[in-house]
Design a protein around this ligand. Sequence first.
Ligand SMILES: [Zn+2]
Length: 352
Amino acid sequence: MRKLALPFMLAVALNSQVSFAQESQPAPKQPSSFAGTDSAEALREHVPVLPAVRAKYWNIDPAVGYGMKDFGNGVYALSDNGWQSAFLVTDAGVIVFDAPASYGKHIPEAVAKVTNKPIKMLVYSHLHKDHIGGSIAFKNTPGLQIIALDTVSDFLKEMNDPNRLIPTETFKTSKTIKLGGKAVELTRHNYHSNEGDLFIYVPEAKFLMAVDSVTSGYVPFQDFDLSTNFHQYLKMFDEILAYKFDNFIGGHLTDTGTRKDVEITKEYTNDVYQTVKRIHNSLNERAFDAEIAKTIGPDNEFLIFKALLDKVTRDSVAELEPRWINRLAGVDVWLPSHVRAALIYVRWDDKE
Ligand SMILES: [Zn+2]
């Protein structure tokens, strides 16, 4: 929870002299101060996707519903320009990495286009239904092994969701799969989903998949890709870059990536974090709270505190936006949420 000390002390000191509290609550002038993007007026305020990013959109045949790219050494990437997944062809069968809800049902036919080998294994990057909710398509695949983290499996058993098949093999921290002379290294990380995330690495193909980490060409999705652990998210970039890879899949949007995409998202994330930390830590909170209290009184601590968070957010966004608006797509869409995520970390987890 917030640091209550200062406004609380102010309230105690002033409460006996002046009461700003209302006997009965007047109706707020507006139902809510929340300004969403769901009006034509607000939507027109946003900038178009950067031309360099738009130029890399995959051509998706709507009749088929997905596109496919050959990364070499048996690795194929799939995408519908919203979600991304992959599979590996070996002499003894195929290993599928994720089955997005959007096009998962097409994965067996995509595999059949490039090999007549059977699908033998399905690996879950994490438990989110948008990435594995298409696994139902594999329900009748004979002898299919489904591999996931133990914590992911525990959650899925509890959830009992018919669209997410229960794993048949689990592990705690790392596992190397071998099939048809090829190896896949699976390693637990904790940058995104509460029950854990996998790095999926095919060394022979120099291919790395780390879902919901980096969206090549764009800033991360809301709140640093919905990360439940910003501390681990900050470490994730160096953990990715420690691998030797040429092709990268982050699980979303319109392009697969390279080391450069990981490096620029690392630079963006660190810039957001350091900027928020500097602005937050240099604010004189006592003076700020006293100034706010002049208008609304000292007793509405939630409102005083929200005003402080809003000031740090607004000042951080104002500084960061010009630095990034022409480097990554979606800055104007998600930067405020990134600043908020960093602010929560800076105020409650970080050292001074
Ligand atoms: Zn996810």
